[in-house]
Design a protein around this ligand. Structure first.
Ligand SMILES: Cc1cc2nc3c(=O)[nH]c(=O)nc-3n(C[C@H](O)[C@H](O)[C@H](O)COP(=O)(O)OP(=O)(O)OC[C@H]3O[C@@H](n4cnc5c(N)ncnc54)[C@H](O)[C@@H]3O)c2cc1C
Length: 408
C-alpha cells in the first residue's frame, strides 16, 4: 500500500497531523500498534496559542464542543492555602485572539480522528506495530508486526517519548526527574460545594504540586498530583507508589489532601522528558510530537506543541503536489518545518523544566521568595508568556479595570 505520507503513532500528535494533512488533500496512512485509538481518562490544557492555531486550520469548531473555558488560572500555596495570584482568561483571550481551554484527552483524540477520517484522505490502521523502516532515497518503506509493508513518499514518526525512530537515529535515552504523577477524575456531584469550577487551580508545595479543573461542563473534576519520590532519591527499584503519594500530601491544605481521594491509584506516571534536538528530520523521515520534543508538563504544552507540528507539516508538505516528491522538494518542506518548530519547541522543553523547579522549591527561604514573586507579579503583565501564547493580536489588553478582579 503506497500513500504520500506514512505516520507511525496514533496519539494526539499523529492523529492531529493526519487530520491537518488530510484536510489539505494529502494522502495519509497512519499505523497505530494498539487495537484502538484511546487516551487515558484525564484532562488536557490547551493554551491560546493552540486554540488559535486550531481555528486557523479550520478544525476548532468540530473539537470545541468538548472544551471547557476556565475564567482564571489560579496559583495557590498547597500548604497554607493562600491564593497567590491568577491569570485572567478573558483578558488573555483579548490579547492573544483565542481562549485558554481544557478538555478530556479522549474527547480530543476522538474528535481529531473523526475529522481525519472525514477528509477521505486518511486511512487509520490499528494493531499495526511498526518494527522496521527504511529510507530508500526516493521513497520510504515501513514494516509492521503483522508482516505487512507500507510505502510512502515520507515517514512521520509520532511514536511518542520512547520513539523507535528516534532511538535508531539519535540513540538518546529519556531524562528521568524522580517525580511521579497520579491522575484521576471525580464525578461533579462528589466535588466539594466550595470548589469553583471557573478556576483552573495550581497548588504548589515543597517537592509537589496539585492541579484541579472542571471537565465536560462541570460533570467531572480533573485532578493531577505530582511529587518528588523519596524512594527514587534512595535508589529504590519500586519507587513512587500510592503510599508515597499519601505520605507526601499528608498535612497539605485540606482541599488538596482531600483531593487525593479522587486519584487513580492503579498507576503513577514517572515524569521524564527528552533533551532538545537541533533537527527533527533526516532524509525522508521526520519526528513529531513527543518523539521530537517530549517535554515536562509544567507549561501544559506537550500535546499542543505536537498539534503545532502537524499544522506546520501540513502547510509545507501539501504544496509538494502529486507524488513522486523529489529529494529537493522534501528537503525544502523539512526546512520550513524546522524553521517553524525547532527553536520554539526546544524553548518549551527548557522552560518547562525551569517552571517545575520553581513550583517545587522546598526550603523555607525559597518558598518565601517564590510566593512573594507570585504575589507581587502584575497578573496583567504578560512578559513571561508572550513568547509562548503570542503573537499579540490586541495590544490594548491588559484591561484597564483591574481593581475588582485583582482583589481576589
Ligand atoms: C501528567 C501529564 C500531564 C500533561 N498535561 C498536558 C497538558 O495539559 N497539555 C498538553 O498539551 N500536554 C500535556 N501533557 C503532554 C502530552 O500528554 C504529550 O505531549 C502528548 O500526549 C504527546 O502526544 P504524541 O502523540 O506525541 O505521543 P503519544 O501520546 O505517546 O502517542 C504515541 C503513539 O504511538 C504509538 N506507538 C508507539 N510505538 C509504536 C510503534 N512501534 N508502532 C505503531 N505505533 C506506535 C503509541 O501506542 C501511541 O498511541 C501532559 C503529560 C503528562 C505526563
Amino acid at each position: 500500500m503506497h500513500s504520500q505520507v506514512i505516520i507511525t503513532g496514533g496519539g494526539i500528535g499523529g492523529i492531529g497531523a493526519a487530520l491537518m494533512l488530510g484536510r489539505r488533500g494529502v494522502q495519509v496512512t497512519l499505523l497505530e500498534r494498539e487495537p484502538e485509538l484511546t487516551e487515558g481518562g484525564f484532562g488536557l490544557q490547551l493554551g491560546p496559542n493552540i486554540t488559535r492555531m486550531l481555528k486557523q486550520e479550520g478544525v476548532f469548531d468540530s473539537i470545541a464542543g468538548g472544551m471547557v473555558f476556565p475564567k482564571r488560572l489560579a496559583f495557590r500555596n498547597a500548604t497554607t492555602g493562600e491564593f497567590l495570584n491568577f491569570l485572567d482568561c478573558d483578558d488573555m483571550e483579548r490579547r492573544y485572539g483565542s481562549r485558554y481551554a481544557v478538555m478530556h484527552r479522549n474527547d480530543l483524540l476522538q474528535a481529531l480522528a473523526q475529522g481525519a477520517r472525514a477528509t477521505g484522505n486518511v486511512t487509520i490502521l490499528n494493531s499495526e506495530k511498526v518494527v522496521d523502516f527504511t529510507d530508500h532515497g526516493d521513497h520510504v518503506s515501513v514494516a509492521t508486526d503483522t508482516g505487512k509493508t507500507f510505502t510512502g513518499e515520507v515517514l512521520l514518526a509520532a511514536d511518542g517519548i520512547h520513539s523507535r525512530v528516534r532511538r535508531q537515529w539519535v540513540g538518546d535515552a529519556v531524562v528521568p526527574t524522580g517525580y511521579v504523577a497520579y491522575r484521576g477524575t471525580l464525578p461533579g456531584d462528589r466535588v466539594s460545594a466550595d470548589f469553583d469550577f471557573d478556576d483552573l487551580t495550581l497548588w504548589m508545595g515543597p517537592g509537589l504540586h496539585f492541579i484541579q479543573y472542571g471537565l465536560r461542563d462541570g460533570q467531572e473534576l480533573n485532578q493531577v498530583a505530582v511529587f518528588r519520590s523519596p524512594g527514587y532519591l534512595r535508589g529504590d527499584e519500586d519507587w513512587g507508589g500510592p503510599d508515597e503519594l499519601a505520605e507526601r500530601f499528608a498535612g497539605t491544605f485540606p482541599p488538596v489532601e482531600e483531593g487525593m481521594r479522587g486519584l487513580s491509584m492503579v498507576r503513577g506516571w514517572p515524569m521524564a522528558d527528552l533533551e532538545p534536538l537541533d533537527s527533527y528530520t533526516r532524509g525522508r523521515i521526520a519526528l513529531l510530537g513527543d518523539a521530537a520534543h517530549a517535554t515536562l508538563q509544567y507549561l501544559a504544552q506537550g500535546a499542543g506543541q505536537s498539534l503545532l507540528d502537524g499544522a506546520s507539516l501540513a502547510r509545507h508538505l501539501s504544496v509538494l503536489g502529486d507524488a513522486p516528491w523529489s529529494p529537493d522538494a522534501v528537503a525544502e518542506a523539512w526546512a520550513g518545518y524546522e524553521a517553524d518548530r525547532v527553536e520554539l519547541a526546544s524553548r518549551v522543553q527548557r522552560t518547562s523544566r525551569f517552571w517545575g523547579e520553581m513550583w517545587h522549591v522546598d526550603t523555607t527561604g525559597a518558598i518565601i521568595v517564590r510566593d512573594q514573586l507570585f504575589r507581587i507579579t502584575d497578573q496583567y503583565d504578560y512578559k513571561i508568556v508572550d513568547w509562548l501564547y503570542g503573537p499579540v493580536v490586541d495590544e490594548s489588553a491588559p484591561m484597564p479595570l483591574l481593581a475588582a478582579t485583582a482583589e481576589r
